[in-house]
Design a binder for this molecule. Structure first.
Ligand code: GDP
Ligand code: ZN
Length: 383
């Protein structure tokens, strides 16, 4: 990574560059993360890592990015950071070195977002640090601007859609080979919710040590064939833990999966002592506990964050309309144009090319079943 000493003179905008460097101080891990996630839509870990380490390329790249998106703000002494929690009218912003309690008041002047909450957990922001408070442990500042959001975790509250966390890169959908056995339907449900929210799904098949008949492996292979990212893990044997850590590194991830599959154990293997409230929905009281809307980001030692959300129910299907479901079943796509009716739902219509593909064995029955289930539980939204 480029050190802050190699501060080449010449070329345009050197003042800006120096200012940014000073603000960022040591290796701006969060800035790197922000930049990386913005630049790579795909799932190319290797590439994003090599971007980070190439000496010269990195310097010029960083300079470009810096100038492009915060030319004037750099001169105004703004720092980049990520909102990791909301505390009433304040946001906790992590700039890679420390966490500051920032007011959002000033930000409202400079930017309008059509949302009830102009700033939310996960937002990438620029803030002005208040140097008066530097003696205290928690320094303060004022958020001046918020980057456009991508990959949100939303939920429906009455008629309103609420963003729980912004800029989530990926959903780690944890399943287990056994105890409990995998539930393909649940994998699809989380997967579709993630895809619909602009979040990359990653299936983590845990307890692979219990996969004696190889069933879980075959299930995982099926998803890999569909182009999903997958990883096999075992907490007792340590298999796949490094790989999982690599997947989490430098990204913001939400962890989903039913109770008992090993989510806490996995996260503890990745980073001992990580204490998450991943929380399950139904287990406690018969009807399921009331989920709060607060989420926070927990920073990983390897870089990146895990979303600490007190209920996976918040990560639900609430906002995926019926007619959009098919778009998230990637293997349906080549067949859909051949359905007899242009508005075919692929559930009961004659001349449905998706059903034909199912009969011909080109679509897996489990996937089709997931689709129909999800379709039928959606309200009819075509009006
Ligand atoms: P969570 O509810 O998803 O957070 O699951 P936990 O992390 O609490 O794990 C549930 C149980 O599965 C615990 O008894 C763990 O010891 C066990 N477990 C977790 N990972 C593995 C694994 O890879 N293999 C086996 N055999 N057991 C595991
Ligand atoms: Zn059809």
């Amino acid at each position: 990574m480029a050190s802050s000493q190699d501060n080449p003179k010449g070329k345009a905008g050197k003042k800006v560059r120096v200012a940014m460097r000073r603000n960022r101080g040591k290796p701006g891990r969060i800035s790197d993360w922000t930049r990386r996630t913005r630049e790579s839509d795909g799932y190319d870990l290797e590439n994003s890592r090599s971007e980070q380490v190439t000496g010269k390329g990195d310097v010029s790249r960083r300079r470009t990015v810096t100038l492009k998106d915060s030319d004037e703000s750099a001169e105004a002494g703004l720092t980049r950071g990520t909102v990791i929690a909301m505390r009433g009218l304040y946001a906790e912003v992590d700039d890679g070195q420390c966490i500051r309690l920032c007011t959002v008041r000033r930000m409202l002047r400079t930017r309008l977002i059509k949302e009830r909450h102009p700033v939310t957990v996960g937002d990438h922001v620029q803030f002005k640090a208040e140097s008066d408070h530097q003696k205290t442990g928690s320094e303060e500042g004022a958020i001046e601007s918020v980057d456009p959001r991508r990959g949100q975790l939303v939920r429906r509250v009455g008629r309103r859609i609420q963003t729980i966390v912004a800029n989530v890169d990926q959903a780690i959908i944890v399943s287990s080979a056994d105890e409990p056995p995998p539930r393909p339907n649940l994998i699809d449900r989380y997967g579709v919710a993630a895809l619909a929210g602009g979040i990359t799904p990653v299936i983590c098949m845990n307890k692979i040590d219990l996969d004696r008949a190889g069933q879980a492996r075959r299930l995982l292979d099926r998803y890999a064939e569909l182009g999903w990212a997958v990883v096999r893990t075992s907490v007792p044997s340590g298999e796949g833990i490094d790989e999982l850590r690599g997947i989490l590194r430098g990204r913001a991830s939400v962890i989903a999966g039913q109770s008992g599959v090993g989510k806490s154990s996995l996260l503890n293997s990745v980073q001992p002592g990580l204490d998450l409230r991943i929380g399950e929905t139904i287990k406690e009281t018969g009807k399921g506990r009331h989920t709060t809307t607060t989420a926070s980001l927990i920073r990983l030692e390897v870089g990146g964050y895990v979303v600490d959300t007190p209920g996976v129910r918040s990560f639900d299907m609430a906002v995926v309309p019926r007619h959009e479901l098919e778009a998230h079943f990637v293997e349906f796509l080549p067949h859909i144009p051949h359905c007899k009716f242009p508005d075919c739902s692929h559930t009961h219509e004659a001349g449905c090319a998706v059903k034909r593909a199912l009969e011909e064995g080109r679509i897996h029955p489990q996937r089709y079943e997931s689709y129909v289930r999800l379709y039928e539980e959606r309200p009819d939204d075509r009006g």
